[in-house]
Design a protein around this ligand. Structure first.
Ligand SMILES: Cc1cc2nc3c(=O)[nH]c(=O)nc-3n(C[C@H](O)[C@H](O)[C@H](O)COP(=O)(O)O)c2cc1C
Length: 186
């Protein structure tokens, strides 16, 4: 029998968006624990392909400037929306992945990295910490800014912020398909 506590935590995970953040800074011990949990993810041949580049209060503005630089078409409306997202986030994480081309197909390394992100995400449950995975197309253009090697890729951002969990909207499951539609008994 699956432990009820595990099911409750997994079913309580949700995307918390920067508009819901209160702007408070998450303490370093909490951040370290989130990534210690992320790092428990499985990976084929134990390649551990995930790499997380953590931008904090001071460095996140540099990341934002780089986003503007690689997107010269952004107008003031887009820029002020992004600025607000960055201001309200405590930390902005670049989710990266290192390929081991001689060992594994890329999909296995993306899958393992996503499992690490899921560990981080479910670790936010029951705390006043929330976030979501954002995957803008320009992520791939951050390669040199992030000092990534040729065999590394950026798969997007995880915006992390403090929020008041007691005020959070109830998790919306109305748009989810039924579990029955996703399984087939053979
Ligand atoms: C790989 C991945 C990429 C995502 N990219 C985006 C994104 O670019 N923008 C966005 O608003 N949400 C993004 N999301 C969050 C999803 O929209 C969100 O998880 C989904 O709507 C379900 O909501 P929930 O997380 O609250 O269950 C992404 C999620 C995943 C797993």
């Amino acid at each position: 029998m699956i432990k009820n506590e595990i099911s409750r935590i997994i079913q309580a995970r949700q995307s918390i968006y920067p508009t819901q953040f209160n702007g408070n800074i998450i303490d370093k011990a909490t951040i370290q624990q989130l990534f210690a949990n992320a790092h428990c993810a499985p990976s084929h041949k134990l390649t551990q392909p995930w790499l997380f580049k953590i931008f904090d209060t001071t460095s996140k503005q540099d990341l934002l400037e780089e986003i503007y630089r690689i997107n010269p078409h952004y107008d003031d409306t887009i820029k002020s929306r992004l600025q607000l997202k960055f201001d309200k986030s405590s930390h902005v994480i670049c989710i990266c992945m290192k390929r081991h081309e001689d060992k594994l197909p890329e999909w296995e390394e993306i899958a393992a990295t996503a499992m690490a992100v899921q560990n981080l995400w479910i670790s936010c449950v029951d705390s006043n910490v929330g976030g979501y995975w954002s995957s803008p197309r320009f992520s791939e253009h951050l390669h040199s800014f992030l000092k990534l090697e040729n065999d590394e890729r950026c798969l997007g951002f995880f915006y992390l912020g403090s929020y008041d969990a007691s005020q959070a909207p109830k998790r919306d499951t109305s748009r989810r398909a039924t579990v029955e539609s996703k399984i087939e008994w053979i």
